[in-house]
Design a protein around this ligand. Structure first.
Ligand code: HEC
Ligand code: HEC
Ligand code: HEC
Ligand code: HEC
Ligand code: HEC
Length: 189
């Protein structure tokens, strides 16, 4: 009698318990990944804006909308009025454009969800990188093929340093590229 109870515990219960524990570890690992390093984070946005359509098919220059990218620290998200340069005319009867126009008329900014973010104690500057002709795609992936933007690279410290120390290998298309700084005060000022 005692033996069969032990048998049951060993052969059935134990494997099930182990299975449940392992599955939850694996699941937690994958499900929490976007929060941990940002990779794969792709929130729904208030307006269904497609980079594939605007930056891919229509080939609008990234800097037409992201005006800060070669001038300042932040690339910047365009204001509604930039969209309205075209959408006072283009597709103005479509539901998403009606929504867009409503923000414009009411003078409200669109509450776009932020995707890429380094912590406040880190100093990152777009213009330094963009003016060295490092492509947006090196850090943000093939944005012109994305209907919905998703983070493809992690921006943890080791990722910054990996490029800073191996800039020649990381950016083979650039001539005369200097390595980036790896002293603490460059990024933590
Ligand atoms: C017509 C305007 C427009 C053009 C052109 C455009 N973008 Fe954007 N971009 C936006 C808007 C609006 C958002 C915010 C909504 C979103 O995330 O889709 C955005 C978001 C982004 C983000 C995510 C920002 C964040 O929150 O982290 C990246 C990265 C980006 N764009 C890169 C690019 C690149 C690279 C190109 C060129 C290949 C490009 N964009 C062309 C309007 C534009
Ligand atoms: C340079 C002109 C131009 C700019 C700037 C522009 N768009 Fe567009 N957009 C278009 C055109 C043209 C289309 C229609 C393309 C097609 O369907 O072939 C379009 C399509 C769209 C659509 C899909 C509409 C539908 O349902 O068919 C959305 C949503 C949209 N744009 C949002 C935006 C937002 C948001 C911005 C500003 C961040 C923006 N656009 C800036 C030209 C522009
Ligand atoms: C060397 C890597 C790198 C390159 C190159 C780069 N970005 Fe970024 N991008 C980042 C990082 C890191 C962040 C988060 C920055 C922060 O939190 O301040 C970011 C954030 C953004 C954002 C949202 C926040 C903001 O700064 O407004 C947009 C939009 C953006 N990038 C667009 C672009 C565009 C467009 C280009 C090319 C013209 C580009 N990026 C080139 C690394 C890069
Ligand atoms: C794909 C390569 C690459 C990545 C990724 C990258 N950098 Fe850089 N970064 C460079 C290069 C190359 C330089 C040096 C340019 C020069 O001096 O010619 C540089 C320069 C800098 C500088 C010096 C700016 C100045 O004022 O001189 C800072 C700060 C910096 N990067 C921060 C960061 C941070 C923070 C990250 C990660 C979030 C990052 N970088 C990711 C390539 C990269
Ligand atoms: C090229 C840019 C860069 C340089 C150089 C750099 N860091 Fe960082 N550091 C980052 C970024 C980006 C983060 C935030 C992302 C993360 O948590 O990894 C960070 C985070 C940190 C953190 C917080 C760690 C955590 O887990 O939250 C510490 C502590 C730190 N750095 C110390 C240093 C020291 C010490 C040096 C010099 C030996 C240094 N950093 C050099 C970019 C840099």
């Amino acid at each position: 009698m005692k033996k069969t109870v032990l048998d049951y515990t060993l052969k059935i219960r134990l494997p099930i318990t182990i299975f449940v524990i392992l599955t939850s570890i694996v699941l937690t690992y994958y499900l929490s990944r976007p929060e941990r390093d940002g990779v794969g984070y792709s929130p729904d946005q208030p307006i269904n804006f497609s980079h594939k359509l605007h930056a891919g098919t229509m080939a609008i220059d990234c800097k037409y909308c992201h005006t800060g990218a070669d001038k300042s620290r932040h690339a910047m998200i365009p204001s509604v009025s930039t969209c309205m340069n075209c959408h006072t005319v283009a597709r103005k009867d479509r539901p998403e454009i009606i929504k867009l126009t409503k923000y414009y008329v009411e003078g409200r900014p669109i509450p776009w969800k932020r995707i890429h973010k380094v912590p406040d104690f880190v100093y990152f500057n777009h213009s330094v990188h963009v003016n060295r002709e490092i492509k947006c795609q090196t850090c943000h992936g093939e944005v012109q093929n994305m209907d919905k933007i998703s983070q493809v690279n992690t921006f943890v410290m080791s990722a910054c340093l990996n490029c800073h120390r191996n800039a020649h290998q990381m950016l083979p298309y650039l001539k005369n590229v200097k390595n980036g700084p790896d002293n603490c005060f460059a990024c933590h000022r």
